[in-house]
Design a protein around this ligand. Structure first.
Ligand code: S5P
Length: 250
């Protein structure tokens, strides 16, 4: 078995590689719940099965900084990375503030962030500036899972080429398939669900077999397939086991 992303080009990639291989999991949990205690409970139940916890911190209605402190502690104890899915999409100066300041202070606790390249390359420099002082890796959105999205093959290709030029900060992509032969760059794929095909609001789902086996993604991102399941810990375990079997086979 060979993971398709390397272990050494960026400190965050190195940490992720270590977590994935030692816990034998390439599962990212998208913990899109809106209550702090529910979020902590979900993470406690699933921590052993995940390599990455993906948050949307701005949907938590009772947010205080205690929440991100507790998540950070859980991440360090259980061995997973925190990916804040803020999808930055503004000029460099604004995203620098958005990642560093405000009430969330994302750069103080996240390991991974993501951004659209739409505003131009200044967004990479702005985020890098805002993340100074901690090891944080940036994922670029190169494709999306949602119906009717406006990503064109040209835009995706441009995103890949900017990532290849900025590997001191960019660790990979959010995409529906592996887009480069450069194994320094990780592919994380959302829109994964065993049962559903979509959600009535434009989401498209594929199976782990398709995403890992055929599309050669490294990490699957699963939200409702886990947190909306009757038993989230059992659901996380089965996504983990199925996805890992595919990594071993391919
Ligand atoms: O293309 C994308 C990119 C992302 S990051 N499609 C997505 O669905 N996402 C995110 O992945 C989305 O914001 C949500 O947090 C998660 C998918 O959740 P699920 O419940 O549909 O599995």
């Amino acid at each position: 078995m060979q993971l398709s992303f390397s272990k050494s080009h960026h400190p965050v990639t190195e940490k992720l590689h270590h977590i994935v291989t030692s816990k034998k999991t390439n599962l990212a949990l998208s913990a899109d719940v809106t209550d702090s205690e529910a979020l902590i409970r979900l993470v406690e139940q699933t921590a052993d099965h995940i390599a990455v916890l993906k948050t949307h911190i701005d949907i938590v209605t009772d947010f205080t900084s205690l929440l991100t402190q507790r998540l950070r502690k859980l991440a360090d104890e259980a061995g997973f990375l925190i990916f804040e899915d803020r999808k930055f999409a503004d000029i460099g100066n604004t995203v620098c503030h958005q990642v560093r300041d405000g009430i969330y202070h994302i750069a103080e606790w996240a390991d991974i962030i993501n951004a659209h390249l739409l505003p131009g390359v200044g967004i990479i420099d702005g985020l890098k500036e805002g993340c100074k002082g901690r090891d944080i890796g940036l994922l670029l959105l190169a494709q999306m899972s949602s119906k009717g999205n406006l990503f064109s093959p040209e835009y995706t290709a441009k995103t890949v080429s900017e990532a290849e030029k900025n590997k001191d900060f960019i660790i990979g992509f959010i995409a529906q398939e592996k887009l480069t032969q450069d194994n320094d760059l990780i592919t994380m794929t959302p829109g994964v669900n065993f049962d559903a095909k979509g959600d009535g609001l434009g989401q498209n789902y594929n199976t782990p077999e398709y995403v890992i086996g055929e599309k050669k993604s490294d990490i699957i991102i699963v939200g409702r397939g886990i947190y909306a399941a009757y038993k989230p810990a059992e659901a996380a375990l089965s996504y983990k086991e199925q996805a890992w079997k595919l990594v071993e086979r391919h």
